[in-house]
Write a protein that binds this ligand. Structure first.
Ligand code: BGC
Length: 965
């Protein structure tokens, strides 16, 4: 029920200087803009020293760098003037204007309370008992971070001491334990996506969580399924699993299950549409507001929110809302997104946590469904002034945030803790982490971010938690390597080439150069990306591209415990009694003749090149988080071309190995006749070199497949695929006008030939897919079964506002400066005007027909049809095939027909087969898989007229067999 503050007798008052109250759901009301650049710069002057990595992260990036800066500043001033002049005249015409199709976020209140799903019922019962005993201050503690660097992890809330609820330790990130020693640097999400291997997705999550638990972490800030990959140059695409919602959904859910099988709470992030780094958050780019991703309802459901649905269904404990605005309302204060879609429709039972400083209003975000604010500081970095903390306390006392809402926030967090079994003190001793994010020394301050005097304590215990996780890291890296081209060259022999091939090559060289070669096989290794460079941890947060590329940069990166470089592994693996290795570990293309360059005698050249990107707080070269383009970096194209033309005087074979955060353009060299083999190894993590030699020498048969399309140009991906590098308004507006048509959906719709299609990947063997069999399990019907009634009832608590005494600083309390406490100095300044709730706050919303349980209406997850195919290994060696199921919706003719992509991924599997072996693979297709989001009916709708087509093949452009239903 909506809370009506005017009916509250007690302390129904406002604080006179309560600035955060002005902010509601809508960005237009948001108080983010009352910061100016000077305010923001102050955080750089904060006296926190020893943490260059961490602090750099939050230091002001040069507001607008390079060309962006000049243009954006001019634009900013220009647009501001323009807006002021036009505002008055525009106002009068407003009512005649048509509503734009994008950029509107309707209100959805109040927040659905957690505790309705059977799967969480026991945890909610336990939580209710605990929460009912908490004081107001304790409840606020649980919801609010204690401030940046106030604990040892990147995020910590505060405990509810008297009832035994501990402080939670939250740590990045999706590929390992950030800022920690003796951990595993796993391959990044994009590499995991490229494995198309569910078991490995799960295993990596599980190993990651074992390390988290042993390091004293409660909540992992991963996996990442947003960005989805709308823009191939998007800076953080590599943290996720690929440019398709189905693949992201499965990989995200398997990772969540793996993580949570160890009792660690997983956080699925970033909800939603943080598709580019430019303008992702206020002030980081000099603008007062974040970009608004403007997305229509259907696209939001079918693409961007889809993988989050899988994670909720998998029982994820936490969802992190993103920095950007969605339809002009900050994601962490967007009631339609959090209350409507996430909590009502998807039935999310855990808690919503803000990205770090993504909370832009106090009461507004509470009402919109945020449950935990991180790191606790509010509009400005590390100043100790929270939008919640004492302000949340005050807003409960004065009635502006309904007590019921606070109770729900806390219950969701405590229930998640019980749900994951973290009340087991043996598994989760109530201790701080045994490492510090802020120093590598043994001794450090417990609250590094506070200038108050503190005693140093032991903060780093250097516990080695790696066990044998390098094995999983290596397997993922190898299986995530995609063989894109292979003209009878790979696998190599450790002796160089098998004898017959070697003879042929030498004959070629003799014919071309007149030189007769004998003796050892001569291999040249080219490129800085093959080597160690200045070491894997040379740059803060990995924000530079030097040495071999093992991960992207930002909060999603870790300190490498080691990085097995390609050159090291090649040196170990080649038989050096037969092979001579020549290193050219530079990106400088060889000049002059082949002989001048020392390349004339080479019989094989392996060239390494790469492309890097990362989080928007850091910049490398001209890549400001997002890549500046899709080219290979550091002159990779020229290096490859130059080596190819000189290797063995242009007749020896060339293998190209790419490490990259996403698609790169290959047009300059992919068709060169002696570029015989190309491997895309994505971001392989610490086991890079080993995984590569596993593939090169055929110990592992490549089975990676592309988790995105490789186009022939950026233009091929469509206009929506371009990063907005220059703001188009003070609040940059990014209209996702292409709707459903991103990546392969765009290529298919527009009949554009990709260089390599989504899902593509070669093997050293061949497969055959045949005998499709479609078995209906249920009858088609347009709508899912009616929404079921909740299995359980959310806990209810007394609604009397607690006494103000619960909110005051306890006598004699020694407060650390800048540390966020829940307490107030006084309650004398409460005022009693009625609280101006957001528009739509008192309108009761109809419950979604798509909802009803964790993950939504259970009927959406019911299997309606299965599709079976036979897969066979028809080649000479064992290997794993990845059959992929693509669904095409029944065609809808005429006006009013629904527009559908040519095909969408709706199933995949990975099957290991010996030569000659066959196996049947069955795909289960659910109602959700078969439905589209009907905006009018506000539900998932199955098409009952016409026939669904199911194509199964080895990529999105390869249909081996087709069945119908
Ligand atoms: C990132 C999150 C991360 C958080 C904490 C933010 O900048 O966007 O992904 O979890 O920092 O480090």
């Amino acid at each position: 029920m909506a809370h009506d503050p005017s009916k509250e007798g007690l302390l129904n008052a406002h604080s006179a200087n309560d600035g955060y109250r002005r902010s509601f759901d809508n960005a237009a009301h948001d108080s983010g803009s009352d910061l100016d650049a000077t305010d923001y710069l102050e955080r750089d002057a904060a006296p926190n020293k020893r943490t260059p990595d961490a602090r750099e992260k939050w230091s002001v990036r040069r507001p607008f760098a390079g060309r962006t800066r000049r243009w954006a500043q001019a634009l900013y001033i220009g647009v501001a003037l323009f807006v002021v002049i036009l505002a008055a005249t525009a106002f009068g015409y407003k009512k005649y204007q048509q509503e734009p199709p994008y950029g509107q976020s309707p209100p959805w209140y109040p927040t659905p309370r957690g505790g309705t799903a059977g799967t969480w019922a026991k945890s909610y019962e336990k939580a209710a008992k605990m929460v009912s005993k908490m004081t107001l201050a304790e409840k606020v503690n649980v919801t609010t971070g204690t401030g940046w660097q106030m604990g040892l992890a990147v995020g910590t809330n505060a405990p509810a001491v008297h009832v035994g609820f501990p402080q939670l330790q939250l740590q990045d990130g999706p590929l390992g334990i950030r800022f920690a020693d003796n951990i595993t640097a796993f391959p990044a999400g994009i590499t995991v996506g490229a494995t198309w291997n569910r078991q490995l997705m799960y295993a990596r999550g599980k190993a990651h969580a074992i390390e988290a638990r042993q390091k004293g972490v409660n909540v992992l800030l991963g996996p990442c399924v947003g960005p989805l990959g709308r823009m191939p140059a998007g800076g953080r695409n590599w943290e996720g699993f690929g440019a398709d919602p189905y693949l992201q959904g499965i990989a995200g859910a398997e990772t969540v299950k793996g993580i949570q099988s160890e009792g660690i709470m997983a956080t699925i992030k970033h909800f939603v549409a943080n598709e580019q780094e430019h303008f992702r958050q206020p002030w980081e780019w000099g603008l007062p507001h974040a970009v608004s991703s403007n997305i229509d309802d259907r696209t939001l459901h079918e693409l961007y929110a889809w993988p989050f649905g899988d994670a909720v269904k998998a029982g994820v404990a936490s969802v992190m809302c993103s920095y950007n605005q969605l339809n002009n309302s900050y994601a962490c204060g967007n009631s339609k997104l959090l209350n409507g879609i996430l909590k009502d429709e998807l039935g999310f039972q855990g808690f919503v946590m803000s990205d770090w400083l993504a909370q832009r209003s106090g009461v507004g975000t509470a009402l919109a469904g945020l449950d935990m604010t991180m790191p606790g500081d509010g509009l400005r970095w590390a100043n100790g002034e929270s939008l919640w903390g004492p302000q949340l306390t005050r807003s409960i006392l004065n009635g502006s945030v309904p007590l019921e809402r606070l109770n729900d926030m806390v219950t969701r967090i405590v229930a998640a803790w019980y749900q994951l079994g973290q009340d087991d003190e043996k598994k989760f001793p109530r201790q701080p982490p045994n490492f510090s994010s802020w120093t590598n020394e043994r001794l450090g301050l417990p609250s590094e971010g506070s200038p108050s005097p503190q005693e140093k304590v032991e903060v780093n215990k250097f516990v080695d938690v790696r066990a044998n996780h390098s094995v999983i890291a290596r397997e993922v890296a190898a299986e995530g390597t995609v063989l894109l081209k292979n003209e009878d060259l790979l696998p190599l022999s450790r002796k160089g080439l098998p004898d017959a091939k070697l003879k042929m090559r030498r004959d070629n060289i003799r014919r071309a150069t007149g030189q007769v070669r004998s003796g050892k096989f001569r291999v040249g290794i080219f490129g800085d990306d093959a080597g160690e460079g200045k070491g894997p941890n040379h740059c803060k947060d990995r924000a530079c591209n030097q040495g071999t590329l093992g991960s992207g940069w930002g909060s999603g990166a870790v300190e490498f415990p080691y990085l097995m470089t390609p050159i090291q592994a090649l040196r170990e693996e080649f038989d050096l009694t037969k092979v001579e290795l020549h290193d050219f570990l530079t990106d400088k293309p060889p000049h002059g003749t082949a002989a001048d360059a020392g390349l004339a005698d080479l019989e094989l050249c392996i060239v390494f090149a790469n492309a890097d990107s990362g989080e928007g707080f850091a910049q490398w070269d001209n890549n400001q988080g997002d890549r500046a383009d899709l080219k290979l970096q550091k002159g990779g194209d020229s290096l490859i071309e130059s080596v190819a033309s000189r290797c063995g005087s242009g007749v020896s074979d060339v293998v190209v190995v790419i490490h990259a955060v996403g698609p790169v353009l290959m047009e300059k060299w992919i068709d060169l006749p002696n570029v015989k083999a190309v491997l895309l190894a994505h971001l392989p993590g610490q086991e890079s070199g080993h995984a590569l030699t596993d593939i090169l020498f055929g110990d592992i048969n490549p089975s990676g497949h592309l988790p995105f399309t490789i186009g022939q140009s950026l233009e091929d991906y469509g206009p929506g695929a371009k990063i907005m590098y220059l703001p188009n308004a003070v609040v940059p507006q990014q209209d996702f006008k292409e709707g459903l048509y991103i990546d392969y959906r765009h290529f298919d719709k527009n009949d554009i030939e990709p260089r390599f299609p989504f899902g593509f990947g070669l093997s050293y063997t061949t497969f055959n897919i045949s005998r499709i069999h479609v078995s209906p399990k249920k009858t088609k019907s347009p709508l899912p079964a009616p929404r079921p009634s909740p299995v359980a009832s959310p806990p209810s608590y007394p609604t009397t506002i607690p006494p103000a005494s619960e909110a005051l600083f306890p006598a004699g309390f020694r407060a650390l400066k800048k540390y966020i406490y829940p307490y107030l100095d006084s309650v004398d300044d409460m005022v009693s005007d009625p609280y101006p709730y957001p528009e739509g706050y008192h309108t009761t919303q109809p419950l979604s027909g798509a909802g009803g349980d964790e993950g939504g209406n259970p009927d959406l997850w019911a299997v309606y049809v299965t599709v079976a195919v036979e897969v066979a290994n028809t080649g000479p060696v064992a290997g794993a095939v990845v059959p992929q199921l693509y669904l095409s919706y029944p065609e809808q003719e005429g006006e009013g027909g629904v527009d559908f992509p040519v095909r969408v991924l709706r199933g995949f599997d990975k099957v290991y087969l010996k030569p000659g072996e066959k196996q049947t693979v069955e795909f289960e297709v659910t109602r959700r898989d078969l439905s589209y989001w009907d905006v009018g009916r506000q539900n998932w709708v199955m098409v009952v007229e016409g026939e669904y087509r199911f194509g199964v093949g080895e990529s999105s452009r390869h249909v081996a067999v087709e069945g119908r239903w």
